[in-house]
Design a protein around this ligand. Structure first.
Ligand code: CA
Ligand code: CA
Length: 382
């Protein structure tokens, strides 16, 4: 029931629109040229690039601001000069700044899904098997869903009893008052009248904290800029003294899946094993594809993996060569190549069967070219 509810809420949220002039990446930072730092200072402050001279900072964007007994804590996106620093060097350098309490990769990055297999190409002999494993499958959606902004108002600056959704100078909808200790997640997750909750009229919160929706599913690409753009707008609005993005994850949206295929089943056969079931027993992820060479040729193993709306695919080219086991010891090595070279030089005989397994390039002749392929295989060069 709860999953169905969350799906419904997700659908409703996906229909919410944003009336903000999105920068569409115009703020200058992206996933490759920025880092996220947390800074604690005594007083309210406007940050400038000069505050982070350790990295020759070229841009600062506020991604969050909180106030507590320790002072003001900001989350800042620092744009770095990638000609001078890579991300890791920048993180180390900016950590030396006395006001920086935490420096990490920018979590508002758009992170492309990454799918890595144990190999992108591999050569096997007829009859030989090879395991293709998933080394890494990472998506943005698996970790982050941002939907809105929580902001705190200074009641000295705003007459909350007369406030409505237009009071603060931004018009994201709907605005919800936080009237208890529940956060956005709890408010939505425990509420069965999802549409009613989202449309709740602006009320007075005893803790002066409110929520406004920004948008829909996930943050990535332009959505990331949109959230931060909106956050900056909220932070500099009338009476707002703190603001942060709020996020939640939808269990119903987390259904990773994977599909393995091979395009030339006559060249190599594929068998799947292992993996963990997700959601339904037949939905396995993290499987191993064992490929066995059947005939000389090339076959492509392809994995398409998905997690929610983000997916990636990766391939492993399987090159199947002849068995090449001229001496019949089960291996293909320089001893077999030696036999082929002797045969090519007229120094020994070969049965038709042995010639059949020794013709590595498939030209129906057993000669030094086949020996070269054998030696390359033995040396790991194929
Ligand atoms: Ca052999
Ligand atoms: Ca040949």
């Amino acid at each position: 029931m709860k999953r169905l509810l969350m799906c419904l809420i997700a659908l409703i949220m996906s229909l919410c629109t944003v009336s903000v002039s999105a920068a569409e990446g115009g703020m200058g930072w992206d996933g490759e040229n920025s880092i996220l730092v947390t800074v604690t200072v005594d007083a309210d402050k406007d940050f400038a690039p000069e505050d982070f001279s350790e990295i020759d900072c070229i841009g600062v964007t506020v991604a969050g601001k909180k106030i507590d007994d320790n002072g003001y804590t900001y989350d800042l996106i620092l744009q770095i000069d990638t000609e001078k620093y890579d991300l890791i060097e920048a993180l180390e350098a900016v950590s030396e700044n006395p006001v920086v309490t935490k420096a990490i990769r920018n979590v508002y990055d758009y992170l492309d899904p990454i799918l890595v297999l144990s190999s992108t190409e591999h050569t096997i002999r007829i009859g030989e098997s090879y395991n293709v494993d998933i080394v890494l499958f990472d998506t943005y959606n698996s970790n982050h869903f941002y939907y809105g902004i929580a902001f705190t108002v200074d009641p000295e600056k705003v007459d909350l009893s007369a406030a409505d959704e237009n009071t603060f100078g931004f018009d994201f909808i709907p605005v919800m008052a936080e009237c208890s200790n529940r956060d956005l997640y709890d408010a939505l997750y425990s509420g069965y009248d999802a549409a009613g909750l989202l449309g709740e009229k602006f009320g007075v919160s005893p803790i002066n904290r409110y929520y406004t929706m920004v948008s829909e599913f996930g943050v990535g690409g332009e959505d990331a800029y949109r959230i931060i753009e909106a956050l900056n707008g909220v932070l500099y609005s009338n009476g707002v003294i703190a603001a942060e993005p709020v996020h939640m994850e939808f269990p119903c949206a987390r259904m990773p899946s994977e599909q393995w295929t091979i395009n030339e089943p006559a060249v190599a056969e594929m068998t799947l094993s292992g993996g963990s079931p997700v959601g339904i027993p037949e939905n396995l992820i993290g499987q191993t594809a064992t490929v066995k060479g059947l005939s000389i040729g090339k076959a492509t193993v392809r994995l398409s993996a998905n997690d929610n709306s983000q997916g990636a695919s990766a391939t492993c080219e399987i090159n199947v060569i002849n068995s090449g086991d001229a001496n019949g010891d089960g291996y293909l090595d320089n001893l077999d190549a030696a036999l082929v070279l002797k045969y090519d030089a007229g120094l020994n005989e070969m049965t038709d069967e042995i010639q059949g397994v020794s013709d590595m390039n498939g030209d129906s002749i057993v000669d030094n070219l086949d020996a070269v392929i054998m030696l390359k295989y033995d040396a790991g060069l194929l």
